[in-house]
Every structure is written in C-alpha cells, then in structure tokens.
Ligand binder design. Structure first.
Ligand code: AP5
Ligand code: MG
Ligand code: ZN
Length: 214
C-alpha cells in the first residue's frame, strides 16, 4: 500500500500519517522531517533547506526529489509506505510516478486532509514539536502527558521556527499556488480521497481507515 497525504500546512498530515504507519506497519516518510533532521545535524543540505523553510518557501525540487526517491527505494518500503509532505509540486508528483513505474509500482491513494485556512493558524501556534524524535503535540488538542517534554523520548518540545503566524500565512499562500494543483492531478488519476480534517483527530483517522479498508 503506497499512500500520499495531501493537505495544507497544519491540516494534520503528519498526525494522521503516524497513526496510519503504526496501524499498517509501514514506514512514514516525511520530507519536512528529513529536512529538519538535516538542519539539526548541521548538514550542507540542512543549511540550504533552512533558508527556504524559514521563509515559508518550498525547498527547490532539485534538493527534494532525489532525496525522497532514494528513501523510497530502501527495503522497508517494499510492503508500502506513507508519504507526508511529498510530492508538493507537479514536477515532484511526475518524478514520483516515473520512479514507481520504473519498478512496476504505483500509488494506491492520495488522501487529502481538508481544513480551511481559518482553522490553520490557531493549530500551528499551538503545535509543539519534539527536538529529539519529531513527535507532534498540540497544547490544547493533543497535549503531552509529560508537560513540555516528549512522552516518547523525553526531549524538549518547541514551537517550530516556521510556525510563527507571518510564516504560516506565507506557507498557506505557497500551498494554494504550488501544492493544491495536486488535488486535480490525483483526482484525474482516480486515486484522490478527501476527508474532513476539521473533525477530532480520531474521527479523521477512522474516516481514513474506512477508505483504506473499503
Ligand atoms: P512540512 O514539515 O511538511 O510542513 P507542512 O506541510 O507545512 O505541514 P505541517 O507539518 O506544518 O502540518 P501537518 O499537516 O503535518 O500537521 P500536523 O499533523 O503537525 O514542511 C516544512 C517545510 O519543509 C515546507 O514549508 C518546505 O519549506 C519544506 N518541504 C517539505 N517537503 C517539501 C517538498 N516536498 N518540496 C519542497 N519543500 C518541502 O498538525 C498540526 C497541528 O494541529 C498539531 O499541533 C496537531 O497536534 C494538531 N492537529 C492535527 N490534527 C488535528 C485535529 N483533527 N484537530 C485538532 N488539532 C489537530
Ligand atoms: Mg507535518
Ligand atoms: Zn520525542
């Protein structure tokens, strides 16, 4: 099972992708998490990516496509995977399709987590991200049981650099311009499924499971 998660920044792609990955025992591949790990480790890629991410802009396709496609060719992806935050542009979607096709494979579903812009800024300002493992919490909707540390690894939780309200606005406009066209792209391929992302996160998850098990 190969699944792509679509949706605006803060729609809940990462939250749902982690739940799906755990239930179906497939790897969760988040391009944003890969970039953040590179930033944390001070790699050359991390330095380049940070310049774009801090402005709310997309990292150029040249730095993104090979990175994710290499990850996809690892053995643990044979039984499937869930892609979160990739593809984000039509050229990325085309590169992904070509790479899968070269292996006689294809995507099964593109799941669009639909949340209106009005709800997004509130979600992002309450999000807290673990500096150790990347786990995501929300101060109101999904608080950590251990306060300002991660329940899983004990590291500190922070507000992501790109979750400041000005940057969130920029990310939203970049989303509408560059990523939203993927909704029509996957609808044209008859693999698009849309879920209402404004529901409680467990209800969103239940809706996704119904789609995957239909
Ligand atoms: P990335 O890390 O992918 O960020 P994003 O798409 O902006 O998405 P987010 O991670 O902000 O949101 P999410 O949908 O995962 O929401 P979450 O589940 O955390 O990318 C970051 C940057 O990296 C990009 O801006 C770009 O620069 C670069 N990049 C990455 N991939 C790229 C690519 N392919 N090409 C080019 N550049 C790329 O939920 C948000 C909050 O809401 C959380 O606090 C959560 O607890 C809460 N929440 C979730 N669901 C619910 C619910 N149902 N009800 C209430 N609260 C909820
Ligand atoms: Mg995310
Ligand atoms: Zn952690």
């Amino acid at each position: 099972m190969k699944i792509v998660m679509l949706g605006a920044p803060g729609a809940g792609k990462g939250t749902q992708a982690k739940m799906i990955a755990a239930k179906y025992e497939i790897p969760h591949i988040s391009s944003g998490d890969i970039f953040r790990m590179n930033i944390k480790n001070g790699t050359e890629l991390g330095k380049k990516a940070k310049e774009y991410m801090d402005q709310g802009l997309l990292v150029p396709d040249e730095l993104t496509v090979d990175l994710v496609i290499d990850r996809l060719s690892q053995d643990d992806c044979k039984k499937g995977c869930i892609l979160d935050g990739f593809p984000r542009t039509i050229p990325q979607a085309e590169a992904l399709a070509a790479a899968l096709e070269a292996r006689g494979d294809r995507l099964d579903y593109a799941i669009n987590v639909d949340v209106p812009d009005e709800n997004i800024v509130a979600r992002m300002s309450g999000r807290r991200t673990c500096t150790g493992c990347g786990a995501t919490y929300h101060i109101i909707y999904n608080p950590s049981k251990t306060g300002d540390t991660c329940e899983t690894c004990g590291e500190t939780l922070i507000l992501r650099d790109d979750d400041k309200p000005e940057t969130v606005q920029k990310r939203l406009s970049v989303y509408h311009e560059q990523t939203q066209p993927l909704i029509d792209f996957y609808d044209g391929q008859k693999i698009l499924k849309t879920v209402d992302g404004t529901q409680d996160m467990n209800d969103v998850f239940a809706a996704i499971v119904r789609i995957l098990e239909a």
